[in-house]
Design a protein around this ligand. Sequence first.
Ligand SMILES: NC(=O)c1ccc[n+]([C@@H]2O[C@H](COP(=O)([O-])OP(=O)(O)OC[C@H]3O[C@@H](n4cnc5c(N)ncnc54)[C@H](OP(=O)(O)O)[C@@H]3O)[C@@H](O)[C@H]2O)c1
Length: 433
Amino acid sequence: MSQQKSLRVGFLGFGTVGSGVFRMLQDNYAAVTDRIGFPVEIVKIGIRDLSKSRDVDQSLLTDDLESIVNDPSIDVVLELIGGIDPAEKLVETALLNKKSVVTANKELMAKQGSRLVHLAKEGQLDLHFEAAVGGGIPLIQPIKHQLSGNDVLKLIGILNGTCNYILTRMDLEGSDLAEVLKDAQALGFAEADPTNDVEGFDTLYKLAVLTAIAYGKLPDVSGIYRQGISGLKSEEFKYAEILGYKIKLLGIVEPVADGKVLARVHPTFVPLSHPISSVNGVNNAVWLHGDFVGDIMFSGKGAGGDPTASAVVGDLIDVGRNMAANGPGSAIPFGVGLETESINELSSGYYLRIRVNDQPKVLGEIAMVFGEQEVSLSAMEMKVLDPLAKVGEIVFLTHKCKEKNFQQAITELKKLASVRSIEAFLRVEDDRL
Ligand SMILES: NC(=O)c1ccc[n+]([C@@H]2O[C@H](COP(=O)([O-])OP(=O)(O)OC[C@H]3O[C@@H](n4cnc5c(N)ncnc54)[C@H](OP(=O)(O)O)[C@@H]3O)[C@@H](O)[C@H]2O)c1
């Protein structure tokens, strides 16, 4: 055992997560001390704006965050700022100064994780980031440890609570996205600038981190296909219900040929029989299929100060225990250069909604286009929208086909005089197709 008297901690950031961690360390002081073997001592708290009122001993606060990562008396730094700048430089300096780091920053780990993990390994330090994906849900550690003997044949995640909240309400209420988003912002479930969530960036960063954990190497984020939920219309939810599906923004990764993975983020039709279809509201979930464990799903609160603090404090306790045992924890497999396959090579079912002229031979022309592209149909719904203007709507569900064939079929459909518009298409995650 080391002769450590306390685990001296510096906070970088004291917002939703930082203040949650602070409260948890105070409320659960005895339990945390007991689990580490010595107490946690909060030495400094770095923030941007000193004039904000905070319920904390003012002498702990500083807006000089460099002074924290350069303070030789601090053992471990909690990076709870977010984003790349200044978080990246601060984490790097902390590691170079022989401090272990706990971070909740998915963007930093998705873009710079390999380099930072390498730095931590070189310094025989811990770099933990359980809170970066799925907030309070234990994901990184179980995938890294208990499931690590498996080949992960597919991993599917609902990784963004804001989007899941919006999609759940669109489904229940039949409302438009703009309406629900406005409400979500008023209720504090969506940021004033929702781009990161709604356009799928947040999900993409988290998927990149999970991919690195499940497959041992980090893919370049530019190799992950991304489509957000901003284009979704309420009609798709009506047809999803008729066809027996829910619509979820999913991050999906699976191994394909030549050691590559195909990783993608997009709104998806999910059959009601899939457990992830019933994950609603702000909840997150990760479902995976391992070759020996079979299907397994983790779910719970993916965000919020308290659940996220739970993951950060768990990581901090790990750092403390490792320090007590005089050594870092087992290295996280986080290499670099995992190759990604293009979305064009995806084999998937598809949902397609089009507007057509309500006239003879339309279906025959459309069927011909599908046939030429080897796209076969599993289900179809048709209705007349406007009998006077002779406008009809057709919805198709395809069997699995290649993305590039499906896209080519759309290109050809647009050329048909009888097709007025392509209203929507979504990928369908359904093994029955
Ligand atoms: N919120 C969640 O539910 C959640 C869940 C999982 C993971 N995370 C991750 O946790 C991290 C923190 O998120 P959060 O929601 O707690 O953010 P937040 O509420 O916006 O807090 C950010 C903190 O960082 C400080 N900060 C920001 N920019 C700074 C700068 N340039 N220099 C110095 N300090 C700066 C802010 O200082 P001021 O207080 O002075 O403004 C604030 O204390 C992020 O990586 C986020 O992705 C959050």
